[in-house]
Write a protein that binds this ligand. Structure first.
Ligand code: KMT
Ligand code: NI
Length: 256
């Protein structure tokens, strides 16, 4: 009978192919097992701890160039006509960092001096605290009825100054303006609101004011014992200023 295959040959073909399939599966299963064995003999690889990522550019606060000359009303927006927006890249090039948190989802006292950062319930805030070593905090409310000597304090915050440490502000409610000097020594105004956590680098010339709503609820964080001392401009010889100029303002030399 031409064209028919004897039954015993079909059976042995099936047997051989199933043995082949089982063997190849076993080999496939073996492979990771061999790898695991090798892994076990090597020292465990150190996984770098992931840091809390900064906010995408679309979530950064609005920033703009202020007109040259004296500012008549510090609490007004003081935009140029037409407005000159300042990009996130420009803010980053000045050494500014920014994270967005959900301030409304957690409760914070109106005033707490100090406020223990280990009491943070917000997981993002605790991560940032641990990532960046923020060991001290306080919470203040800048408002005519909550801050004694309000008008003088608001004037003092608006004196141009530097610090010998990073300035870290987490806005819990209300809003205000941080002004920083850009690379051409022009004022850039940054409108900060609830949920904004911004850091200004050591040595940057800056100032702060409430906006026309006259109210900001903020957490001030610090690494180690807090030193809030402002060093008013000019501070060109100050170590922190020299460091800032070198790191952020001087033209970077081309890599050889
Ligand atoms: C500052 O640095 O000017 C302040 O601490 C003001 C209140 S926090 C927004
Ligand atoms: Ni300051």
């Amino acid at each position: 009978m031409v064209g028919t295959i004897p039954e015993h040959l079909i059976l042995s073909y099936q047997l051989v192919s199933s043995v082949l399939i089982i063997t190849s599966n076993a080999m496939a299963d073996d492979k990771p097992a061999t790898d695991n064995k090798e892994d076990a003999t090597e020292p465990p690889t150190k996984q770098p701890k992931t840091m809390l990522p900064q906010a995408p550019s679309s979530e950064w606060p609005e920033a703009w160039l202020m007109p040259d000359g004296e500012c008549e009303n510090q609490k007004a927006p003081n935009k140029c006509e037409p407005n000159v927006a300042v990009s996130v890249e420009e803010l980053q090039a000045l050494g500014i960092n920014y994270w967005k948190l959900d301030a409304g989802a957690y409760e914070y006292p109106a005033i707490s001096v100090p406020w223990d950062p280990s009491d943070a319930v917000d997981p993002k805030l605790s991560q940032l605290r641990d990532d960046r070593g923020y060991s001290y905090a306080d919470i203040i409310t800048v408002h005519p009825e909550k801050l004694p000597d309000y008008d003088n304090k608001v004037k003092a915050f608006f004196e141009e100054h530097i610090h010998d440490a990073e300035e870290i502000r987490y806005i819990l409610g209300g809003s205000g303006y941080f002004d920083v000097r850009d690379k051409s020594d022009k004022w850039v105004r940054i409108h900060i609101k609830a949920g904004d956590l911004m850091t200004l680098p050591e040595g940057i010339y800056h100032r702060f004011t409430v906006d026309e709503d006259d109210c900001i609820h903020a957490m001030r964080l610090f690494k180690g014992q807090p030193v809030w001392t402002p060093f008013n401009r000019p501070q060109e010889e100050h170590e922190s200023r020299v460091k800032y100029v070198k790191e952020f303002l001087e033209e970077k030399k081309e890599e050889a």
